[in-house]
Design a protein. Structure first.
Length: 348
């Protein structure tokens, strides 16, 4: 049986990463491949841990030094490949991997160098990111040139790959749009929709300046306004797509209740299946997380993305309506079929 190494962030407590892993894993299984999962970057959890323990601060700084990071990544990846044994091809992705995050930048080059040294074809799929130039771009350029196949999940990244990196890439909407195709047994019934859903991120003034929001009070007022646009005022469930994020949704829920009179509750720590159950009973989702918006559309919810980042603004412009979601699902799934064809071509 053909063995495929699937490299992504499905090991984290981010439900968006888990959804990517679930879709890619089951799709590849359905094509007759044995799929082995490996984490793309093992220290990515630091992005979500804003409360720094002074006892490990020095260690974390040292681990982010470029030379140390390269060494750690290569050592980890060599050990992983030795433990896994023979694989016929490696699929890397999807998600925001071509980004400014130090760990992601170091990890992609290390993975590509180690995979290439083992003569393993590399397929980078469903990625997005930005272009910063300098060492960041140099590392990505080296890595991208080693890939047998590259696809982007948005047109902005597609242009960057073509114009900045001279990569002839494929394009398909985010792989999570294919969730309904890969898991057709999961119902998207519109019955019993009893509440709205709020998926905030923790307020950071720097992140929200593009929206003209300067403090947390304004941010909560913005959320409240998006949740009270319908004639019938429904209860609001506040949740998070980060499993361990339990504290901040409670803060938002309390303010929405005390300051704006909304009937609120919190439901946190959900698995991917539990989050989908929440969506199946929601009419409207206000979210600062893109994959929450994607899943919401798939399960029949109207969405209001919180456009604090360009990708969410663009997403809201392109996918605000659920009316044409089937077209997007089909385009996303066609991208998976082209990935399959690329794998077969690479290993033939």
């Amino acid at each position: 049986m053909t063995r495929i190494l699937l490299i992504n962030q499905g090991h984290t407590d981010n439900l968006g990463d888990q959804a990517i892993d679930a879709v890619l894993g089951k799709f590849l299984n359905s094509k007759g491949y044995e799929v082995i999962h490996a984490p793309y970057e093992t220290r990515v959890e630091d992005r979500f841990n804003l409360r720094i323990d002074n006892h490990d601060l020095t260690q974390r700084i040292v681990m982010r030094l470029p030379h140390v990071m390269r060494r750690l990544n290569h050592t980890r990846i060599r050990t992983t490949l030795d433990q896994i044994g023979h694989v016929d091809a490696a699929v890397v992705g999807g998600g925001e991997l071509l980004a400014s995050h130090w760990g992601f930048n170091a990890a992609l080059l290390a993975w590509c160098q180690e995979l290439r040294s083992h003569n393993i074809p590399i397929l980078l799929t469903g990625v997005s990111g930005n272009y910063l130039g300098g060492t960041n771009a140099t590392n990505y350029r080296k890595a991208l040139c080693m890939c047998n196949y590259v696809s982007a999940r948005d047109h902005s990244t597609e242009r960057i790959l073509r114009e900045q990196y001279d990569i002839n890439c494929d394009y398909a909407p985010d792989v999570v749009f294919s969730y309904a195709k890969v898991f057709p047994e999961v119902s998207s019934s519109t019955q019993n929709r009893a509440h709205e859903l709020c998926v905030p991120i923790e307020f950071d003034r720097q992140l929200f300046t593009t929206m003209g929001i300067t403090d947390e009070k304004e941010y909560i007022a913005y959320l409240a306004k998006q949740l009270t646009t319908t004639e019938k005022k429904l209860p609001v469930v506040v949740t998070s797509t980060i499993t361990n994020d339990r504290h901040y949704p409670r803060i938002i829920s309390k303010h929405l209740h005390d300051d704006f009179g909304l009937q609120t509750s919190t439901q946190t720590g959900e698995s991917l299946a539990g989050f989908i159950q929440l969506l199946q009973s929601s009419t409207h989702v206000v979210s600062a997380r893109m994959h929450a918006c994607i899943l919401a559309l798939l399960f029949g919810c109207h969405i209001t993305p919180v456009p604090f980042r360009e990708k969410l603004k663009v997403f809201g412009d392109e996918y605000q309506s659920i009316d044409d979601i089937q077209t997007v699902i089909n385009e996303s799934y066609s991208g998976l079929l082209r990935l399959h064809a690329a794998i077969e071509n690479a290993i033939s």
